[in-house]
Design a protein around this ligand. Structure first.
Ligand SMILES: [Fe+2]
Ligand SMILES: [Fe+2]
Length: 288
């Protein structure tokens, strides 16, 4: 199957994962300069279950605020639109699509891998003190394998074919995709990310997380996602459909200054963050 045929097949799927209307509205509202905390607070608060999830995450040790944040408007005032937008996105994605019962790739394990990648990416952005917003890095990590969600939930036959090659050759999921088609979950993820109007940096990062040198413009997001994915695999939390740990692109290791010493420091900080992220992991299991 070529990519045009696959794209046509994806376009014709009726129940392609969609972001909840409220999330789309928030993404729009946070782009507008005239939006105020009350407007966005009201949008989220109108959705009871989202409000509960967002407040739980905002008050979790992961964000570490000393005082309890009781309302969404309060959260926006303290954290800012961008952070709250990303927390809403994180609170929404885990449960938006249910994996089929006997899928060859378990959707909970995939989200655990994605969440771990998000946490590693957040720490990479933080430790490198880069201009990249750490919460953007977190959400990009969370969504880097978005294409696999579609394969698992909407293209089960293709997912099964890819998994059969992974089992037979003990290779990367990505390598098996390339063997079968002229595309991978990176490209599929981009199609969905574009539909969702995610920011261009994030889309470029998703597109190039397995081939970071191909990123156009500023490559930092692609570099962070590439390293984040590999480090998350090394931590062995969750599973994205294969058991391999690919080699890191040497240019990425150099640019992110991932010396053995820095990698050790990163691992220690990531393990501490994973401990604080229990509420996020609970959300995956509550919703799947
Ligand atoms: Fe991937
Ligand atoms: Fe991954």
């Amino acid at each position: 199957m070529d990519s045009l045929n696959l794209r046509n097949r994806i376009e014709s799927i009726d129940d392609l994962p969609t972001l909840p209307v409220v999330v789309t509205q928030i993404l729009q509202a946070t782009k507008s300069l005239s939006t105020n905390a009350n407007d966005v607070g009201k949008l989220i608060s109108d959705d009871q279950s989202l409000t509960v999830k967002v407040l739980k995450l905002v008050n979790s040790p992961f964000y570490g605020f000393p005082q309890k944040i009781k309302t969404i408007t309060h959260a926006i005032v303290i954290l800012g639109f961008a952070k709250v937008k990303n927390i809403v996105l994180a609170a929404s994605v885990f449960g938006m699509t249910k994996g089929p019962k006997n899928s060859t790739v378990d959707i909970c394990s995939l989200w655990e891998h994605a969440l771990t990648t998000g946490i590693v990416c957040r720490q990479l952005a933080k430790l490198r003190n880069s201009k990249l917003d750490i919460e953007e890095a977190f959400v990009a990590g969370l969504l880097h394998d978005l294409g696999k969600v579609i394969l698992i939930c909407n293209l089960e036959d293709i997912c099964e074919q890819v998994s059969a090659i992974v089992r037979e050759k003990d290779c990367l999921f990505y390598e098996a995709e390339k063997e079968l088609f002229d595309f991978g979950h990176d490209k599929i993820g981009v199609w969905l990310a574009e539909k969702w109007n995610l920011n261009p940096d994030m889309i470029e990062g998703i597109k190039c997380h397995h081939q970071p040198q191909k990123a156009r413009g500023d490559k930092l997001m692609a570099y962070i996602l590439h390293a984040g994915d590999i480090i998350a695999r090394a931590l062995d939390v969750g599973n994205g459909g294969d058991n391999k740990i690919p080699l890191m692109d040497p240019k990425v290791a150099e640019e992110l200054d991932l010396t053995t010493e820095n990698l050790d420091k990163l691992m220690i900080s990531v393990l501490a963050e994973l401990d604080k992220a229990k509420d996020f992991f609970d959300l995956i299991h509550d919703q799947n």
